[in-house]
Design a protein. Sequence first.
Length: 253
Amino acid sequence: MVYSIPRDSLAEMADDHGGNIQKINAAYEIGKAKMAKKTVSQFLGLPIDYSVTVDMGALKELVDFVREFTIDTVIDVNLNGQVIPQGHHHLNGDQALAYSRMRYQDPRGDYGRQLRQQEVLKQVAQKIQKPKYLMNIGDLMTKLGQKISTDFTADQVKQLIRNYHQSSGEIVSSQLLGKTAWLNGSAYQIISTEDLQAASNRLRENLALPEQTLTNTETRLNDMNPAFFDDESPTTYFNVRGYNVTRYTNNTD
């Protein structure tokens, strides 16, 4: 299962002395994979045992590796000299990278980009199960090198590769959708408690875990803003006193 979280989601940074609320993508910038993993775990009430960090350059290499990547785009994509008009296309790694990264020109913003990224990842994951690719997966991992980092051990990676072809091949994807709020001059996505709980339930079920009522900083702040999700006009998210809501500046897209 693939679940996308908006990069601008309001979230408390785990293991950062408490009360530090930022956009969830700041967790990796502050504390790398360790903090990102704990922050997402706390955000969704979900145990996360391992993580894999994939550099955008690795995505290009993966697409070139499978060599059979096609998309049907409903929008024109134009980024870093790569132009992909609406329609059906066979993409190479550079084109797939542009297709996965473009955000500002998409009328759906980051949400549209999430769907395109999911499309790329699902196609690569499905195609890489074929024996002709699995036989060469070791060479691919060597080529990717520092572009992929993980806390899986080498033996665990080998076991995953050996067992991967036994999976059904069906990858289910979804995304969390939020509402925009302005805090300290920066736009955040606020995820409703209902949607957070639904995502938590779905992911826990996928892991054969019982449902668990989600209680965290995000749900408590939502409780203090009962009218926020009923108001259709742009609105401020109130009652964040006692928390350090900061704007973390980084250059990632």
